[in-house]
Design a protein around this ligand. Structure first.
Ligand code: GDP
Ligand code: MG
Length: 494
C-alpha cells in the first residue's frame, strides 16, 4: 500500500442501481483538478473553483451542479460537497459527489476522474490516510472497519465504543502508569540515594498490580467481545428423539429441521442465526448422540461431538417421554453420567439441562425433578463441572419455549460480560490481543524482578518493552507491513 498523498477516488456506496451513488475523492489541493468541469445548474456558467477556496470557512461547501466531461457533455447533475483540509475524514481535501445511482453514470464519472489525473483508491486507503494524518488511531481504524462489517447489534456496539476511543483511553492510562514506574527506576539509575532516596522497588508494586489488572481485564474482554460480535453459540445435543429438532424449529419460529418419530432423523449439523430480545445467537441442531452402525448417522454423531467443543452454551435436551415418575432420580443420574462424564468441556462453556416434551408430564412433578437435579449435581462425581454445569434446569416443549428463551437471554448477558456499559473497553482484534498479551508478559516479568529487588536498569527495560507493546495497540508504530495488513481488509471507498 502506498503512503503517498496523490489524489485518489472511489465509489463509496455499493455499485448497484440505486437512488444515489457517492463518489469520494481525497488529496491535497483538490479543487483545481475540477476547474472547467463543474457548471451552475440555472445559468450553465462554469464554476470558478478558486471562489470556493476563498469562500469556504469552517463548514463544508455544498452545491447542486452539473458535471461535464472534457468535450462539454453533461455527465450528471450532482450534489457536490467540498471538505477543506484538515477538517475532513482523511485530514486532506475531500470532495464527495452524489450522482444518480446508475453504474453507467458512475463509470463515466470515474473515467473523467482518471482523465483529471486522479487514481483509483485501494481498499481502506481513505481510512489509512486518516490514520497517517493523525485523525484517528489504529484502534479507531479497526473499529470503523468492524462497524461496516458487523453482523450483529453487539458487534456494532463494540465497534462504536472502539471508534469513540474507549480502548485507546484505557491503554493510554496504563501506558502512563508504566511511564510513572519507569520514571522512578530511571531516577535511581541516574542519581545517588542521597538525592532521590533509597532504592525500594517494592514501593512500585501497587502501581504494577493496578496496571496488570487493567490489562488482564482487557484480555478477558476479548472472548466476551467475540461472542457479542459473532453471537453466542448454542448447541442442542442429546439422545435421538429427545426433541432437539422440534425445539430448534420452535426457537427459530419456522420449520427448518426435519422432525419425525424415527430416531436418527437429523444426520448433519444445522446452524442458523437467532435473535431473542435483541440478543444475537447462533443456534446449532445436532444429530442425536448414540451408538450406531449406520455410516451416515455415525458421521453425524461424530460431528455432534465436535460441535460440542465450539458451543458457548450446550443445551442437553432430556425428553420426559417414557420416564416413570418413580424412576426419575435414577434416570436423571444415568443421563447426566452418560453425557457429562464422557465428554470434555472447557471452563468457558455452560451446560444447561433442558427437559423437553414437558406436556407429557404432570406439572406437579417438576418441583420434584428440580430437587432431584440439585441432589444429583451436588454429588462429588460432578464436582469438576461445578462452574460450568447450570445450577438450574429448564422445562419446555415444542409449544412453549418461554423459559428456555429467558434463560438464554440471561446467559447471553453473562457470557458477553457487561457490554454496552461505558468504561468497559473491549479488545476487538486478534492483533490488539496479541499486543496486550505481550505487555502482560512483560509486566509479570517486571513484578518478578521487583520481588527479587533486581537492578533498576533491568526492571525498567522490561517495563519499557511492555509500554512499547501498548503503544503499538493504538498504532504508534512505523511498520508498513502491519499497516498494510490492517487496511487491506477494508472496503474500497472507506
Ligand atoms: N408431545 C411432544 N412431542 C414432541 C415434542 N417435541 C418433539 N416431539 C416429538 O418427538 C419426536 C422426535 O422429535 P425430534 O424433534 O425429531 O427429536 P430429535 O431427534 O431430538 O431431533 C417427534 O415425533 C416429535 O413430534 C414436545 O414438546 N411434545
Ligand atoms: Mg433431530
Amino acid at each position: 500500500m502506498t503512503s503517498s498523498n496523490d489524489p485518489i477516488f472511489a465509489l463509496s456506496s455499493a455499485n448497484a442501481r440505486s437512488a444515489i451513488h457517492i463518489h469520494r475523492i481525497s488529496g491535497i489541493n483538490l479543487l483545481p483538478y475540477f476547474q472547467g468541469y463543474l457548471f451552475k445548474i440555472k445559468s450553465n456558467e462554469v464554476l470558478n473553483v478558486s471562489m470556493i477556496q476563498e469562500q469556504i470557512s469552517s463548514k463544508p461547501y455544498l452545491q447542486y451542479l452539473y458535471i461535464k466531461d472534457a468535450e462539454g457533455n453533461i455527465l450528471d447533475d450532482v450534489l457536490f460537497t467540498f471538505f477543506k483540509a484538515p477538517k475532513s475524514y482523511t485530514g486532506e481535501d475531500i470532495i464527495e459527489i452524489s450522482s444518480h445511482g446508475n453504474p453507467l453514470i458512475s463509470s463515466l464519472l470515474q473515467r473523467l476522474f482518471r482523465h483529471l489525473g486522479l487514481r483509483d483508491a485501494l481498499p481502506g486507503e481513505f481510512t489509512q490516510r486518516a490514520y497517517l494524518n493523525g485523525k484517528i488511531d489504529l484502534v479507531q481504524a479497526e473499529g470503523i472497519n468492524q462497524l461496516i462489517h458487523a453482523e450483529t447489534m453487539g458487534g456494532i456496539q463494540l465497534a462504536r465504543d472502539s471508534v469513540a476511543g474507549e480502548l485507546s483511553k484505557e491503554t493510554e492510562e496504563v501506558k502512563n502508569v508504566l511511564i510513572e514506574i519507569m520514571a522512578y527506576l530511571e531516577a535511581h539509575i541516574d542519581f545517588a540515594p542521597d538525592e532521590v532516596g533509597d532504592y525500594q522497588p517494592e514501593s512500585l508494586m501497587p502501581l504494577m498490580k493496578q496496571a496488570l489488572a487493567k490489562l488482564q481485564n482487557l484480555l478477558n474482554s476479548y472472548s466476551s467481545g467475540l461472542r457479542a460480535r459473532e453471537g453466542v453459540k448454542i448447541a442442542l445435543v442429546g439422545k435421538p428423539n429427545a426433541g432437539k429438532s422440534s425445539l430448534y424449529n420452535a426457537l427459530l419460529k419456522f420449520e427448518r429441521a426435519i422432525v419425525t418419530h424415527i430416531p436418527g432423523t437429523t444426520r448433519d449439523i444445522l446452524e442458523d442465526r437467532l435473535i431473542i430480545r435483541n440478543k444475537d445467537f447462533v443456534l446449532i441442531d445436532t444429530a442425536g448422540i448414540r451408538e450406531t452402525e449406520d455410516t451416515v448417522e455415525k458421521i453425524g454423531v461424530e460431528r455432534s461431538i465436535k460441535t460440542l467443543s465450539k458451543a458457548d452454551v450446550i443445551c442437553l435436551i432430556i425428553s420426559l417421554e417414557n420416564v416413570y415418575i418413580k424412576n426419575i432420580k435414577k434416570f436423571l443420574e444415568e443421563t447426566l453420567v452418560q453425557f457429562l462424564l464422557h465428554s470434555d468441556f472447557s471452563p468457558e462453556q455452560i451446560i444447561l439441562p433442558v427437559f423437553s416434551k414437558m406436556d407429557l408430564m404432570p406439572k406437579e412433578i417438576f418441583e420434584n425433578i428440580l430437587n432431584f437435579y440439585s441432589e444429583v449435581i451436588n454429588d462429588k462425581k460432578f464436582l469438576h463441572l461445578e462452574n460450568i454445569l447450570s445450577k438450574k434446569c429448564i422445562f419446555c416443549s415444542h409449544n412453549d419455549t418461554e423459559s428456555l428463551s429467558s434463560q438464554l437471554v440471561k446467559l447471553h448477558d453473562q457470557l458477553t460480560g457487561l457490554l454496552g456499559h461505558k468504561n468497559n473497553p473491549t479488545l476487538i482484534s486478534e492483533r490488539q490481543r496479541n499486543k496486550i498479551e505481550i505487555a502482560v508478559k512483560n509486566l509479570k516479568e517486571g513484578i518478578d524482578l521487583i520481588y527479587k529487588k533486581d537492578y533498576p536498569e533491568k526492571i525498567s527495560s522490561v517495563i519499557n518493552q511492555g509500554r512499547q507493546s501498548l503503544q503499538e495497540v493504538v498504532g504508534e508504530i512505523q511498520l508498513d507491513q502491519v499497516l498494510e495488513k490492517i487496511f487491506s481488509t477494508f472496503c474500497i471507498g472507506k
